[in-house]
Every structure is written in structure tokens, then in C-alpha cells.
Ligand binder design. Sequence first.
Ligand SMILES: Nc1nc2c(c(=O)[nH]1)N[C@H]1C(S)=C(S)[C@@H](COP(=O)(O)OP(=O)(O)OC[C@H]3O[C@@H](n4cnc5c(N)ncnc54)[C@H](O)[C@@H]3O)O[C@H]1N2
Ligand code: MOO
Length: 409
Amino acid sequence: MADLLPVPELVERILATVSPLPDFPQPLMDALGLALAEDVVAPISLPSFDNSSMDGYAVSHADVVTATEESPVHLPVVGEIGAGRSGLMAMSPGTAVKIMTGAPVPRGCTAVVPYEWTDRGVAQVRITRAPSDGQHIRRAGDDVAEGDMLLEHGTVLGPRHLGLLAAVGRATVRCRPRPRVVVLSTGSELRDPGTPLGRDSIYDGNSYLLAASARAAGAIAYRVGIVPDDPRTFTDALSDQLVRADLVVTSGGVSEGDYDVVKEALRSLGTVWFGGVAMQPGKPQGFGTIGDDNTPIFTLPGNPVSSYVSFETFVLPAIRRMMGKLPYSRPVRRARLTHPVSSPAGKRQFVRVLYDVDRGGAFVTPVGGHGSHLLGDLAAANALVVVPEDATSISAGEMVQVLLLDEDF
Ligand SMILES: Nc1nc2c(c(=O)[nH]1)N[C@H]1C(S)=C(S)[C@@H](COP(=O)(O)OP(=O)(O)OC[C@H]3O[C@@H](n4cnc5c(N)ncnc54)[C@H](O)[C@@H]3O)O[C@H]1N2
Ligand code: MOO
């Protein structure tokens, strides 16, 4: 097993090769799901002016402090302020001004009486309940103060962050963009879904599996689809695609077969490493750079489960690093194993499992067998148990390391 590269070594090599993409200002709606490449400090306060939290009457608190049902207070109504209208800047004691929710309170107003505590009078208002001093006034800066640190560098922007950025007037924010990931699948036996299938051919599931995984990781995925097992055709397809690629992923053609096209086409470049990694599935791997821009390329094995597990282990951290998203690798969770599993010595084994949580805690149950062609079982699973290199079996009831495949992180 000495010739197999340990998984962490290849991950380290990948992270040392792949750089974060340069950041630039992006319109807010394009920034959803991207990592901030700046610290955002509040350019204004929120609210930016004192305003009413109720539809009602702006008053001087001292004028209404005695108001009750039995002994109402009557005040002349001298004006009206709607939201977005700043006409009336000040009011005198002994008067009331109609005010709408969100409208700026005039100077001299120290409380707002909601309509429900009044007769809704137009020329004069009858007030039957007293607000406390300052009640129903939202003070400038009581949410966010100008100069506050709002969002830190590296924050992955979700809807709430974008709402806040817009509310403080930011139209753009500096983010690293989504990497453009080109996905090619090799194999003369492959056919496109929706076309007839001969007895010796199979549908190209992998380019969908990998392109969808790239998109789910936040990348822009270009699914090129099928390239036959011919090195020349493969090289031509690759150079055509390089102009739009920040990263290339291929599937198939990297083991020991007589037609292992990817290896054959790329080996002579001398910039792509091919070899075995101490993992199962996913042993045959290739990683390096190609073209004038040293574009990273991952040559993943063709067996569907191997391809998927390889993507999770190697490509996902690279995409996240390009986007400035931490952590790079999927976080390891813990759960209790319901059935025993075995694992080859010296290899990190990824076991397809169903993860579930009940009142007894988190459990994982193996789904199907170890075969790396078992795509049906992969689709039925929602997590992978990671069996460490030094373990050959784990008993039912033990706590294990789990990767939750649908988890946002
Ligand atoms: N003599 C040896 N043979 C194999 C070894 C080995 O060490 N010595 N390793 C095995 C392992 S492990 C894997 S994984 C595979 C990887 O092979 P390749 O990357 O060269 O992939 P292919 O031979 O092209 O295909 C393997 C398998 O996957 C199917 N496949 C390929 N592409 C797709 C696709 N786009 N969609 C769906 N299915 C796909 C293909 O038909 C084959 O069945 O090598 C083992 N052999
Ligand atoms: O490692 Mo292969 O990737 O087991 O099927």
C-alpha cells in the first residue's frame, strides 16, 4: 500500500495549487451565496431618523400623561405626516399631528398615540389612554449605528445579509465570483439520456452527477458531456473548453485499462499527476494544471460512486477555496452506527449511509453494498461514514465520523 497517496496529502497539494479567484464589486442579487471579500461597516444608521412605529398621533408626552377612558384629553390636530414625507419638521406643545408608521417624528414629539387609543378625530382628537414617555418612537441608530461592523470578510451572503446591505444603501459588495467548472465525461460506451441505448452502451450519468455537484457547491457548471475514448478528440475538446474554465473535471479513463484516454492524453504534458490514493472508492486519481493559465484539472475515476466521492473529497474543497468559503472541506459530524461495517486496511473508506435524528440522537444506517457502480444506493443515501485508514471494521453502536451530503456549510 506504500505507493498509495494518503487522502490528506492530495487535499493539501490541491489547496496549495488552487488560488482564491480575484474579487470584484458585484450587484447584490448576484452576491447571494458568495463569500464577502471585504469588511462591511455601516455607512448610515438604522433607523436613519427617529420615526413612528404606529399609525396615530404625534404628541408631547406631558400633554397626554393623564389621559384615561374616564378623563380623556382633547388636542387640536394641526397637521399630518405620511411615510416618505418630511414636510412638518416641528410641532408645538398642546397640539397633535397625525403620523403614519415609518414617518419621521417632528421635533417636539415625545410619544405617539396609536389610533386605537383615540376617536381618530380629524380636527380634534380625543385621547383615552396615555403612552409612556417615548413610546412608539423608533430612535435613530437603535438597530444599527453608523460605523458599526455589519458583516465580516468571509461571510457567505444569504437573504438576510443582502436585506441588511440594501437597507444601509449598498448596491454592490466585493465578493469572489463563482468558478466556472467544465465537466467532461470520457468513454466510447457512453450515450446521452434521451437517446437510444445499444446493448453495449450506458447512459452518461457522471457528467450530470458531477456538473450538478459543482453547481450545488456554488460553481457555474458547464456540462460538456461525452468525449469518446480517443486522445486526440479528448485533447481538442479540452483545449476548446479551456477558454471558459477556471477548473476542469473529467470522469473515466484513469485506471489501468487499454483505452484510458485521459491518462494517455495528459501524461505527456508532465503537469498532471496520476496515481492511486488510499481511499475506497476512488483509488485512481489525477490532479494537475493545464494550459497557459495553469487551469486546475481533476481527472476522476469513471465508476459513478467513485466519481462522486472523489468530487466530495477533492473538487469541493478546491471550488470553496476559489470562492473564499471556509471551511474548505465538508465538516465532520458524529452519529451512532446501527449496523457493523468492514473496511480495507490502509484505506479511508467512505460508506453510503442514511442519516437520521430521533430523540435518542443521530444514527446512521448503511445503504447497499460497497460496489462503486451502485448508483441506486448512492441516490438513496444522504451521508457518508468515513472509516479511518487504520480501522478494518466498526461495530454496531459505535460513534462514527459522518459527512452530511446535503448540509449547507
Ligand atoms: N486492472 C485494474 N482495473 C481497474 C482498477 C485497477 O486498479 N486495476 N481500478 C478500478 C477502479 S477502483 C476504478 S474506480 C475504475 C476507474 O476506471 P476509469 O476511471 O478508467 O473509468 P472507466 O474505465 O472509463 O469506467 C469505469 C466504469 O464506470 C463507468 N462509467 C464511466 N464513465 C461513466 C459515465 N459518464 N456515466 C456512467 N458510468 C460511467 C464505465 O462504464 C465503467 O463501468 O477502474 C477499475 N478497474
Ligand atoms: O476506487 Mo474505485 O474508485 O473503487 O471504484
